[in-house]
Write a protein that binds this ligand. Structure first.
Ligand SMILES: NC(=O)C1=CN([C@@H]2O[C@H](COP(=O)(O)OP(=O)(O)OC[C@H]3O[C@@H](n4cnc5c(N)ncnc54)[C@H](O)[C@@H]3O)[C@@H](O)[C@H]2O)C=CC1
Ligand SMILES: O=C(O)CCC(=O)C(=O)O
Length: 435
């Protein structure tokens, strides 16, 4: 049976047709998985094992709102796999998050942890809510109730959440506290991305953006481009985007475009990113009204003529709809899933190198691993040590995948899936779970 047929039997593969959502992250993930499975000649049992998450949990989260009314939210946690170790992955709060999206994000975490060489499986969580419409105390009650519903799932040796879109160190602190109250002891290692005072790690907040820039520099080196000659565009100005923009700026790159949910901001002479970060900080974390650049749309931003494009907002931003209009030499995926699977070939055909998400944004989970190690040892590292080790691990991961790419004559994304899936499959065979 071909892998395509196997996917049909599990319902994962859908023939292209009018009902198909061509920009579904889960579909993108499965198409790339299928390609790698064929190269690796995975047998059917292994294919089925790795295609299916080990656990999918959906919970109802009743919250007493400030008005006194009860509102019920839906929350998810998907454990894709725990073969390499306890499962690991962020939690996002967003109005449109759903179980299919969380399933894709959880399996990306599995391959990402394998590539980053950290001893974790993959998981992801989400709560369907609009955090901007919640007061701080509503957000706290929501987070604590979600955590209470996940007490049997989370645990420092079982499943360890972290921040993702619209979640931050305060939310991680509430998760840690709720879990600890129920465990009757302080359990810092149950979650990463915490405030430093609660056992967080130096450098975790900046880690994802820092890792993005490490692999960007490695990619530019392969292309023979000097960072200080590169016009850079960054989509998204949250945790990942703002740090990536700042570190590229500090490398001497001219950052000509930045953006957030309010739109794009373009200045052909380059934007002072330190100034833009300060502006957003004093403007409710928003770039709206940023005076030092022209306002453009997010769509126009993605099509700017540049050397480096870092999509660091959300999934499905570059698809066949606009892939042909991308004018970059290299795309470095700060976000998870910003390029859809059916845009890959268009970008490749236009000779645009793509550094895939499961490599490019692995700096976050790498420093989360450092945080977990520090919490368990009760011994904390300096920021300099964290950054040095992060840089070394990201560079090693890039070089490793570049070798796989050259060996098989495939793209860096295909190399990432081939390496990640092969590592998990090999471990699984050795553990004997599959026997
Ligand atoms: N925070 C982390 O450590 C990691 C995050 N990621 C991924 O990076 C991406 C961004 O995450 P964070 O920076 O943590 O989120 P965040 O919530 O801090 O920032 C998201 C940013 O994207 C902007 N945005 C949202 N929708 C947009 C749109 N349609 N167009 C343009 N901008 C838009 C928001 O305004 C905000 O500036 C997500 O895909 C996330 O899964 C990946 C690895 C780790
Ligand atoms: O830091 C972590 O554990 C996971 C971060 C995350 O959710 C991701 O890499 O997508």
């Amino acid at each position: 049976m071909s892998n395509k047929e196997k996917m049909r039997t599990t319902g994962y593969y859908k023939e292209p047709g009018p009902k198909l959502n061509e920009e579904s992250p889960f579909k993108s993930m499965m198409e790339r998985f299928q390609f790698a499975a064929e190269i690796l000649e995975l047998d059917e049992g292994m294919f089925q094992y790795l295609a299916n998450p080990v656990k999918q949990i959906t919970v109802s989260i009743p919250v007493v709102m400030d008005s006194g009314d009860i509102q019920v939210f839906e929350g998810y946690r998907v454990i894709h796999d725990n073969v390499l170790g306890p499962s690991k992955g962020g939690i996002r709060f967003a109005p449109d998050v759903n179980i299919e999206e969380v399933k894709a994000l959880a399996s990306w975490m599995t391959w990402k942890c394998a590539i980053a060489n950290v001893p974790f499986g993959g998981a992801k969580g989400g709560v369907r809510c609009d955090p901007k419409k919640l007061s701080t105390s509503e957000l706290e009650r929501l987070t604590r109730r979600y955590t209470a519903n996940m007490l049997e799932v989370f645990g420092p040796d079982r499943d360890i959440p972290a921040p993702d879109m619209n979640t931050d160190e305060q939310i991680m602190a509430w998760i840690m506290d709720t879990y600890s109250m129920n465990a009757h002891k302080t359990e810092t290692a149950v979650v990463t991305g915490k405030p430093i005072i609660l056992g967080g790690s130096h450098g975790r907040k900046e880690a994802t953006g820092r890792g993005v820039v490490t692999v960007t520099l490695a990619a530019l080196n392969k292309l023979g481009l000097a960072p200080n000659k590169c016009r850079t565009v960054v989509q998204g100005f949250g945790n990942v985007g703002s740090v990536s923009a700042k570190l590229m700026y500090e490398q001497g790159a001219k950052v000509i475009g930045i953006s957030d949910i309010t739109g794009g901001y373009y200045n052909k002479n380059g934007i002072d990113i330190i100034d833009a970060i300060e502006f957003a900080k004093n403007n409710g974390n928003s770039l709206e009204g940023y005076p030092e650049a022209d306002k453009i749309t997010n769509e126009e931003l993605l099509q700017l003529d540049c050397d480096v494009l870092i999509p660091a907002a959300k999934e499905d931003q570059i698809s066949p709809r606009n892939a042909d209009k991308i004018n970059a030499r290299v795309i470095v995926e700060g976000a998870n899933g910003p390029v859809t699977a059916n845009a890959d070939a268009i970008l490749e055909g236009n000779d645009i190198m793509v550094v895939p998400d499961i490599l490019a944004n692995a700096g976050g989970v790498t420093v989360s691993y450092f945080e977990w190690v520090q919490d368990r040892q009760g011994y904390f590292w300096t920021e300099e040590r964290v950054n040095r080790r992060l840089n070394r691990m990201m560079r090693a991961a890039f070089d490793n995948l570049f070798n796989v790419k050259e060996e098989h004559n495939i793209t860096l994304r295909q190399a990432a899936y081939v390496f990640g899936i092969n590592k998990v499959a090999t471990t699984l065979r050795m553990r004997g779970i599959y026997a």
